[in-house]
Design a protein around this ligand. Structure first.
Ligand SMILES: C[S@@+](CC[C@H](N)C(=O)[O-])C[C@H]1O[C@@H](n2cnc3c(N)ncnc32)[C@H](O)[C@@H]1O
Length: 344
């Protein structure tokens, strides 16, 4: 009887193939919006807040002739499309000076606004705002799990069966072990604890930050910090709006929360300026998002305006919900920016 064939690999390689290889999940025609809802899809108010942030960056930079808005991991260009719709109303002619760049591994979607440049990597030497919403959680990473003796070993997944079956591989060593020791200590812990080894994200983020000549780089994601890492890791899958078992067969998203403190340290080192972390709730409020209900009196004086304001307040509440999108972390990395533009 022929024995079943296996092809064991770490999750980093498996996710790279499943998400971005030929026929990979993020290359599918429906795009990320077909499977999950980000802040960008939740409400146009998110684009409005990004436009406000861009306006502040423009002012801090002294209103240069060209101001880049680089959307890293742009999906199908939804955020840039919404910001462009606001461009005519931006102050000091910013709309005319705006240069929108979508950076994506997927193909340019048909019918996208011709003003949006579609690139595979961030433009070099841009001046402006680089914004990466829910990008870092999709940068593939390896997973470690402690064995019966508490030794962290690489988790391997079967690329032959593609059913999500896992086994423990060799003990984690080298750069991976050094990263765990610094950012997500597992050694000596009990058996069965897991960690996602985040250094590929730090490298990707630091490289993106280095592409900016001057301005602000912002990464927004679900995240954790060293003092409270999740004991069993966070690797999971999403398909058509539902959380599913992570299987590297190209039919579902494969995502893990981001060790944002480690990314913040990496970009601070790359840029030579300090970085900051705040919640999305704090960031959006500081950018003027108002989730308060409109006064009831408006319902009788101007019912249409009341309904509009009520719906906007509902969307703002979703974006700032401390139990949902509002708990996302914004990592702010200035690059040669003369002064701070956002503080909680
Ligand atoms: C979760 S989606 C987020 C889309 C969009 N930013 C939003 O918030 O709706 C992540 C996107 O990042 C893209 N992506 C992942 N790694 C990338 C890379 N190295 N360069 C460019 N795009 C990347 C994926 O193709 C995918 O479209």
């Amino acid at each position: 009887m022929a024995s079943a064939k296996h092809e064991w690999s770490g999750w980093r390689t498996a996710a790279e193939r499943a998400l971005y290889g030929a026929g990979g999940f993020f290359r599918r025609p429906e795009g990320p919006a077909g499977h999950f809802r980000t802040s960008v899809h939740a409400s146009p108010l998110f684009a409005r807040a990004v436009a406000e942030l861009l306006t502040r960056v423009d002012e801090a930079l002294g209103r240069p002739a060209e101001v880049a808005l680089v959307d890293l991991g742009a999906g199908r260009g939804e955020l840039l499309t919404r910001v462009l719709a606001l461009a005519p109303g931006l102050p000091h002619g910013l709309g005319g000076r705006l240069r929108p760049y979508a950076v994506e591994r997927a193909e340019r979607p048909a019918g996208l606004d011709g003003r949006i440049a579609w690139l595979g990597t961030p433009p070099e030497g841009a001046t402006g705002l680089l914004f990466a919403n829910e990008w870092l959680d999709n940068v593939p990473v390896d997973v470690a799990e402690t064995d019966a003796d508490g030794v962290p070993r690489r988790v391997e997944v079967d690329l032959a069966s593609l059913d999500g079956a896992e086994r423990l591989g060799d003990p984690v060593d080298g750069e991976d072990a050094a990263w765990l020791a610094r950012w997500w200590p597992l050694a000596g812990a009990g058996p069965g604890l897991r960690a996602e080894i985040g250094h590929p994200r730090e490298a990707a983020w630091a490289q993106a930050v280095r592409s900016l000549r001057a301005g602000l780089a912002v990464a927004v994601d679900y995240a954790h910090e060293r003092a409270a890492r999740p004991p069993f890791g966070t690797l999971t899958g999403f398909r058509e709006g539902r959380e599913v078992r992570p299987v590297p067969d190209g039919t579902c998203d494969l995502t893990a929360h981001v060790a944002m403190d480690a990314c913040a340290a990496a970009s601070a080192a790359a840029s030579g300026s300090g970085s900051g972390l705040m919640t999305q709730r704090e960031a959006l409020r500081a950018l003027g998002l108002d989730a308060r209900r409109p006064p009831l009196a408006l319902a009788s004086t101007d019912p249409t305006a009341y309904v509009r304001a009520l719906s906007a307040a509902g969307e703002a509440a979703e974006l700032t919900d401390p139990g949902g999108l509002g708990a996302f972390i914004w990592l702010l990395q200035p690059v040669n920016l003369p002064h701070e533009v956002l503080r909680p």
